[in-house]
Design a protein around this ligand. Structure first.
Ligand code: Z5A
Length: 215
């Protein structure tokens, strides 16, 4: 059984964290060894960078600084968690990855995708997720969920247009590369979203060479 790198993306309150727990359970039952992690974060240093990025102390952070901090956390994450786990034949489930940089720093804040691609190649080399689930939810629905859950972080204070641009970039990237991305309608009950994701995972795992047993 070979390792796989699966990322889960989407706007605020799309249900990524909720669904990742179900995904872990599903894959472990299928016999996979699973590592669940997140970005920005996933390492001690990465979590410290996350605090800098999400806190309100640095409200006017320059876009270049924000982007480089995302990739600094990512470099640490790749070296200490993601690459070792993949090398040890674990499946890595990651709550956000570089698609989020294209969506937030690119779509949301206006950094060019070409500049992000330069950093992506430098920090990741050829490594890209094998499968990316985009949990898609209307912006107002997602923000209302996130609001009910906790106080707004530095990103969640942006206006609706910002989050609409983020959503657009996710959907564009997904439609340009349907081989890697699956769009999940996350504006449904938790159970229905979970069932759709299970179908995607079952279809993915049935591909030759991925998992030997039938799920
Ligand atoms: N960011 C960036 O700018 N660039 C980058 O490169 C990266 C990240 C990697 C932190 O991410 C921020 O970093 C993020 C983008 C930026 N912006 N912000 N803010 P994060 O993933 O930690 O933050 P988040 O998206 O705000 O997380 P979230 O709000 O927790 O969303 P979620 O994980 O998708 O949702 P959840 O925690 O599973 O669910 C939220 C609530 O909704 C909770 O009460 C659930 O019970 C409820 N929920 C979940 N699913 C449903 C359904 N289907 N129906 C009803 N209620 C639901």
């Amino acid at each position: 059984m070979s390792s796989r790198f699966i990322t889960v993306e989407g706007g605020e309150g799309a249900g990524k964290t909720t669904q990742l727990a179900f995904m872990r359970e599903y894959l472990e039952q299928a016999g996979c060894r699973v590592v669940v992690t997140r970005e920005p974060g996933g390492t001690v240093l990465g979590e410290e960078i996350r605090t800098l990025l999400l806190g309100h102390h640095h409200a006017g952070m320059a876009l270049t600084t924000e982007t480089l901090l995302m990739f600094a956390a990512r470099a640490e994450h790749l070296q200490r968690v993601i690459r070792p786990a993949l090398a040890a034949n674990h499946w890595v489930l990651c709550d956000r990855f570089t698609d989020a940089t294209y969506a937030y720093q690119g779509g949301g804040r206006g950094l060019s995708p070409q500049q992000i691609a330069i950093l992506e190649t430098w920090i990741q080399g050829a490594l890209r997720p094998d499968l990316t689930l985009v949990l898609d939810v209307p912006v107002v629905v997602g923000l209302a969920r996130a609001k009910r859950r906790s106080a707004a972080d530095r990103f969640e204070q942006e206006d609706l247009e910002f989050f609409e641009r983020v959503r657009t970039v996710y959907l564009e990237r997904a439609s340009q590369h349907p081989d890697r991305y699956r769009i999940i309608d996350a504006n449904q009950s938790i159970e229905t979203v979970q069932a759709e994701i299970n179908n995607v995972l079952a279809e993915y795992c049935r591909r030759p060479g991925i998992i030997d047993q039938s799920l």
